[in-house]
Ligand binder design. Structure first.
Ligand code: MN
Length: 500
């Protein structure tokens, strides 16, 4: 049995001892407990910690992952964990214990998130903002629970699969942990859509086999072309799209597999950013690109920090094929997202525990976590309002609009220039009089699309209009508009009184 060690550096003898001790502690605490699969319970803790190590998180997170169920499921108390392993690890274990489960209830034979119980979302957000490592452990824990879901009774399976799909996979995606998000969605699929899943198993592998020979040819041709032009690629590979993402597409095309030309994507990993662009040019030299399908997420990263260049070309035999080009570092970040970032930060910083938290909380890419926390602390809103805001602003599809200076503004689907304006600054929102989208005057109610360049025109002293509430999508914008309107009406009443 190998213990989980951080993969990115060598450990000190003390850290090694600590991990060994945590493993033995968890084995003895869970002594006699079995998972539904018949395995000893401690295996689950070990698997969870291994995932944490894979994400290059550090010793204290690994130790907390090993111990994550001891307080909840054994006779050990938090005090005992604190005494044995110290305050920081006890804090992480406590955080995971407190996260709890989301409430689901059955509606029309379907499980649905219970609307009035947003308590757990609040906890999740609090954990995100206080110490994101708690959420990493929870995600690793859920991943292993999903891998062993087949041993649970079928009613539980569906509920847990739905919770994983709705909450944890969305969250992982939002944190830029796309590999994990995809894995979770794939693991949920057989429980959420058993019939469709069976259909996929019957039809998709055949398509892959058919394409394999073809893709090998494409790979060889590209490798040769790169070599001749002095680009040393780290790797050229092709991978099948995940079943869950194929499934999402299939539903759009009435389960017609012929309509989906990107079942497989070619991935080219090169040494430098410069090489990424050179490679794009070399691919286009070999095969003509489809117009509108070139996406430069290196110059304009997605807000979850995904960086890569995508292009879709009329490839060999005129077959339409997608290519993704990125560096090794980008690839790592695309798979592990915020977890990868956190690891880099830790390497550079060797300050105390409190300082490290501060470094992370200030990072731009988690500004939205702070935003969420502010909402949840806002007084006077009903659970329902909070939940709706969360679903729209946090979990729904996002679009990425751009300022004329190239800053990416992350907005929910259906957002308008008013939402955009308020996300830049409340002053910009309040005084907005018009917008230009991609250089052309557009109504403030225009639904924005990803990639739109949006310029907001303002007029000093201008006040928001009540009409705006009809076409704003984000809570931030609505809150500012309402509060400005309230101020306006108070002023109005005050003026009237003065006249009397
Ligand atoms: Mn667990």
């Amino acid at each position: 049995m190998t213990l989980p060690y951080p993969k990115h550096r060598t450990l000190s003898p003390n850290e090694e001892k600590l991990i060994q001790k945590a493993y033995e502690y968890t084995v003895s605490a869970h002594q006699g407990q079995m998972r539904k699969s018949g395995e000893p319970y401690a295996n689950h803790c070990l698997e969870t910690a291994k995932t944490i190590a894979e994400w290059k998180l550090d010793t204290e997170v690994i130790v907390a992952a090993l111990l994550h169920d001891t307080v909840e499921d054994t006779s050990k108390t938090l005090e005992e964990v604190k005494k044995e392993f110290g305050e920081e690890i006890a804090f992480l274990v406590d955080g995971v214990t407190k996260l709890g489960h989301f409430k689901y209830r059955e509606q029309n034979k379907e499980w649905a998130l219970e609307k009035n119980r947003s308590e757990n979302f609040r906890k999740l957000i609090l954990a995100l903002s206080e110490d994101i490592r708690v959420v990493f452990i929870k995600l690793a824990d859920r991943l292993h629970n999903m891998k062993t879901l087949s041993f649970l009774p079928s009613e539980k399976q569906k509920r847990i699969a739905l919770e994983t799909y709705d909450v944890y996979a969305s969250l992982a995606y939002r944190l830029g942990m796309t590999k994990l998000a995809g894995e979770m969605e794939d693991l949920s699929l057989p429980y959420l859509h058993p019939e469709d899943y069976k259909w996929l198993l019957e039809h998709v592998p055949e398509q892959f086999e058919e394409r394999e020979e073809y893709l090998k040819k494409v790979k060889e041709k590209l490798e040769k072309h790169l070599r001749e032009n002095n680009i040393s690629a780290v790797s050229v590979s092709f991978r099948a799209k995940r079943y869950s993402s194929i499934y999402k597409k299939l539903k759009k095309y009435e389960m017609n597999l012929d309509q989906i030309y990107d079942l497989v994507a070619m991935r080219v990993i090169v040494q430098t950013t410069e090489d990424c662009y050179k490679t794009l040019g070399l691919i286009h030299e070999l095969w003509k690109p489809l117009p509108g399908k070139i996406k430069d997420y290196i110059a304009l990263p997605k807000p979850n920090n995904y960086r890569s260049i995508h292009t879709t070309v009329f490839c060999e035999e005129d077959k339409i094929t997608e290519f993704q080009i990125r560096t090794n570092k980008m690839n790592e970040e695309a798979e592990h997202g915020i977890a990868a970032h956190w690891a880099y930060e830790l390497k550079k910083e060797s300050k105390s525990y409190a300082n490290r938290k501060a470094v992370f909380a200030d990072k731009k890419e988690i500004a939205w976590i702070k935003q969420l926390k502010n909402w949840q602390e806002k007084e006077g809103q009903s659970e329902e309002e909070f939940f709706d805001a969360l679903k729209i602003d946090f979990f729904k599809d996002r679009i990425f609009a751009v300022t004329p200076k190239g800053d990416v503004i992350d907005l929910p689907h259906g957002a308008t220039p008013i939402d955009f304006a308020y996300h830049i600054h409340s002053g910009v929102g309040n005084q907005a009089v018009g917008a230009k989208v991609n250089g052309k005057i557009a109504p403030l109610s225009r639904e924005l699309k990803s990639g739109d360049i949006v310029e907001i025109m303002i007029q000093k002293g201008k006040k928001p209009s009540e009409d705006w509430l009809k076409f704003t999508k984000t809570t931030i914008a609505r809150d500012h508009i309402k509060s400005e309107l309230r101020k306006g009406s108070l002023l109005h009443r005050f003026n009237l009184k003065k006249k009397n």
